[in-house]
Design a protein around this ligand. Structure first.
Ligand code: CA
Ligand code: CA
Length: 274
């Protein structure tokens, strides 16, 4: 009998603890609205996104861009309801309409929490948007990843001509170690840096055929390719050096690329054999 009583007391205590836990959880459930980021970088002509999330709240949120010549937004007003599946979060798409900076303001216009508290419309969130440059691709220059540019020419001047970034932008040519280049010769692993309103946009340069990163194409380059094929010194797949070594552009570094570099040097015309 005594043992049964003890067990009952234990069960009662557990139930009280559970109720307290549930109660305190409910009491802590304060409604709120949050924005996923306070800054965004978008390419000129490209897009970026941020999201607005309601927690234990529902209502209208207004969104405005300070300069629609620079950043346009997909929605100027959204309705959020965290009580409905997929309705508690809205994704806003920002399009870079012009190079420069703009601020997007998110205002809680008419949002009520689930415990019926009106969230203040003076609560605003800002997202600073920097719209970055566009680099025009052609036969001389192409993007092989989001930030690696593959060049057919080893001349930095050819790149500068293809940058569209507005008058306020500065264009720098950096070596792989971050130092400023003192001439226009591009070595694989160099960087193109475009600075707009204090924000840097960096791209790694790969000069097709320059595998040993000295800015010219010679026997040292096909020796590097040979070492990769023989697996005595491998090149990281997807690196700038790897793109510089893939002359045939078939996403692999093989003897076909080795032969191409040998023929290039033998021909001496400065052109790749088709
Ligand atoms: Ca070289
Ligand atoms: Ca290849």
């Amino acid at each position: 009998m005594k043992r049964l009583k003890q067990r009952l007391i234990g069960t009662t205590l557990a139930a009280v603890a559970l109720m307290l836990a549930l109660f305190s959880h409910t009491a802590l459930a304060v409604g709120s609205v949050a924005v996923s980021t306070d800054n965004l970088s978008v390419a000129y002509g490209g897009t970026g996104t941020f999201s607005i999330t309601a927690t234990n709240a529902a209502g209208r949120v207004d969104i405005a861009s300070s300069d629609t010549d620079i950043a346009t937004i997909s929605d100027t007003s959204v309705f959020l309801d965290s009580g409905i599946e997929n309705e508690g979060v809205k994704t806003i798409t920002v399009t870079g309409a012009g190079v420069g900076t703009a601020t997007i303001t998110v205002t809680l216009t008419d949002v009520v929490t689930f415990d019926e508290e009106q969230l203040s419309s003076s609560t605003t969130y800002t997202v600073d948007v920097v719209v970055g440059p566009t680099i025009v691709e052609d036969a001389q220059l192409e993007f092989v990843t989001d930030n690696i540019l593959l060049l057919n020419s080893g001349d930095f001047g050819d790149i500068e001509d293809r940058v569209e970034a507005g008058d306020s932008a500065t264009i720098s040519h950096l070596r792989g170690d971050g130092s400023e280049a003192d001439n226009d010769t591009v070595m694989t692993g160099d960087k193109l840096r475009i600075t707009i309103s204090g924000v840097n946009f960096d791209y790694t340069l790969a000069f097709l055929g320059d595998v040993n990163r000295d800015g010219s194409i010679n026997s040292a380059d096909y020796i590097k390719i040979k070492k990769h094929i023989m697996e005595t010194e491998t090149i990281d797949e997807g690196s700038a050096i790897w793109f510089a070594a893939d002359i045939t552009k078939d996403d692999q570094v093989t003897s076909g690329d080795y032969v191409k570099v040998r023929l290039y040097i033998m021909d001496g015309t400065g052109e790749w054999r088709p």
